[in-house]
Design a protein around this ligand. Structure first.
Ligand code: SAH
Length: 519
């Protein structure tokens, strides 16, 4: 194993602002008031945090915060003040509903914004034209400089004016909310980047969150083993609420949603890191297959996709969002058509899927596959507009020839590519990897029928960097429960440990480990 440890050396310049619109000046005053920590501000922050950590709808967070304050018997005057302050932070931009926009100093983190949003901010706050936003966007993402502050553009014809710098410094930040901590390189060249969450100890977007964020760079090689490009596997949450039984991250439960800035920063930092290491290979593909359920953090992920495509110039066809099958969000995602979709099916009967992918109890197979049939009808297939169906092969659970035949039939009218995943084990799992022979036979059923079927082999598993191996269950105060398998399977699993699990059958969301697995 090779590991490299990094240390933080970040400071942010702050200057007084002049000539800003009134609402923003009031926010600045609010910020300075915050430093002296009057009780009301602390109360507002605490209740807002409470609202966010309880996964309330972002747009209701503040009014909910005030309700919570009320339920905690705050005084009338405190509540009046809270209501007044809430008017300062009520949505004033089209993006104001997204959570985690501000850092611990109350500055807007500009990496949360898509280009149109940055234009909106530049115009209304800094009185700057759209071209200034484009210029900033290019420096943040497009110049291979990935600037951390505006001074880094000095000396260039495209440098920023002192006035603009001062406006940005006083109300905004170019930070991504992550700090690269270490890099672990596996034998096959897969690199796992581990990030600390900035602001976790203060009041920033990661407030109160323990744990780290992990991003994996997977080398894509040609037939002669030459590394041609990287696929970056991004995390969207710390932990995950879905409780898929074979997934290590799922054991953690959900600890936090990442902000757009924190998801985007994973790619920015990965590019910085490769450049610093003089690795000439580019990141060409993005998969949302790291920690978390991307569609359970929908708004932040959708904004991220825009920034990846328009700022970091990644092809939308090479961005894949993998979902456990949250049907309403999945339909919205398909309708938006901004990136490609992969669906984690993993079972061919509700009985088995209810067990290994408990989200199935809320969105059973007929609903999930029905939505895919509508959106990707085989008889109207066109080009590369197909969905990827992911299927992890678990010995004795879902890897028989009958399973293969059922999967073939269930997906025959869906324009899809079936991607079989080799199981990556982790400590304490009752599941086992299917034998190579079973994988070959399973795939053979598809090839015989003339249907495409690929096998995703394990990469980076000696460094716990493979699919479903990210995170650290020890960081979780209440790990998610293992569920009881169906009786017929328990018998088949005797000796693996799964048949002896005695925990009562519960939904992910009923465990207190995070929010509902089927939201
Ligand atoms: N929440 C998303 C992303 C999960 S990670 C989803 O469910 O699709 C990406 C893929 O890895 C998913 O298909 C997931 O089910 C699979 N996976 C999880 N744990 C795994 C493991 N231990 N071995 C192999 N694949 C795993």
């Amino acid at each position: 194993m090779r590991s490299v440890i990094f240390h933080n050396s970040n400071t942010a310049a702050q200057e007084k602002c002049r000539g800003w619109p009134q609402a923003w000046r009031r926010k600045q005053e609010l910020r300075s008031a915050r430093t002296s920590k009057p009780k009301i501000l602390i109360l507002i922050r605490v209740v807002a945090m409470h609202a966010e950590t309880n996964d309330l709808a972002p747009s209701t967070s503040f009014s909910r915060a005030i309700d919570i304050a009320a339920s905690r018997r705050a005084t009338t005057s405190t509540l009046a003040a809270a209501a007044d302050l809430s008017s300062l932070v009520e949505p004033s931009f089209s993006f104001s509903h997204r959570p985690g926009l501000f850092d611990e100093a109350g500055r807007l983190m500009l990496k949360n914004l898509t280009l149109p949003e940055l234009e909106e901010w530049c115009l209304s706050v800094a009185g700057e034209p759209a071209k200034r936003a484009k210029q900033l966007y290019r420096w943040l993402y497009g110049t291979r400089k990935w600037i951390r502050n505006l001074d880094q553009a000095d000396g260039d014809p495209q440098a920023f004016s002192a006035e603009f710098k001062s406006k940005v410094f006083s109300g905004a930040s170019l930070e991504g909310g992550l700090q690269l901590q270490s890099v672990h390189t596996a034998r096959d060249g897969t690199r796992k980047l581990v990030f600390a969450l900035l602001g976790a100890e203060q009041g920033g977007p990661a407030r109160g969150t323990h744990g780290t964020v992990e991003t994996v760079l997977i080398p894509m090689t040609n037939r002669s083993g030459e590394n041609l490009r990287y696929t970056a596997c991004l995390s969207t949450q710390v932990g995950c609420a879905m409780n898929c039984q074979f997934c290590y991250t799922g054991r953690m439960g959900l600890l936090a949603n990442l902000t757009t800035a924190q998801i985007v920063e994973q790619v920015v930092e990965a590019r910085r890191y490769l450049a610093e290491q003089s690795v000439p290979i580019r990141i060409a593909n993005i998969v949302f297959m790291g920690m978390g359920e991307p569609l359970h953090n929908y708004d932040s992920v959708m904004a991220t996709i825009e920034i990846l495509a328009t700022g970091l110039e990644l092809s939308r066809n090479k961005i894949i969002v993998s979902t456990v099958g949250l049907v309403p969000e999945m339909r919205k995602f398909i309708a938006a058509g901004t990136a490609k979709l992969a669906v984690s099916l993993h079972a061919t009967t509700d009985e088995v899927r209810d067990w290994i992918v408990p989200t199935n109890r809320r969105y059973p197979l007929d609903q999930l596959l029905g939505a895919l049939r509508e959106s990707f009808p085989y008889d109207k297939r066109k080009g590369d507009d197909f969905v990827v169906i992911e299927y992890v092969l678990l010995a004795g659970v879902n890897d028989t020839l009958e399973d293969a035949q059922r999967l073939l039939a269930l997906t025959s009218d869906i324009y899809c590519l079936v991607n079989l995943i080799v199981f990556n084990p982790h400590e304490g799992t009752p599941f086992r990897r299917s034998a190579d022979e079973s994988v070959r036979a399973f795939r053979g059923v598809f090839l015989t029928a003339g249907r495409p079927c690929t096998v995703r082999t394990s990469k980076g598993d000696d460094e716990m960097a493979a699919c479903g191996q990210l995170g650290d269950v020890n960081l979780s105060a209440r790990p998610a429960p293992m569920l009881k398998p169906p009786d017929a399977l328990a018998a088949r699993l005797v000796g693996t440990g799964a048949g002896t699990v005695a925990t009562p059958l519960v939904m992910a969301g009923e465990t207190g480990s995070g929010c509902c697995g089927g939201n």
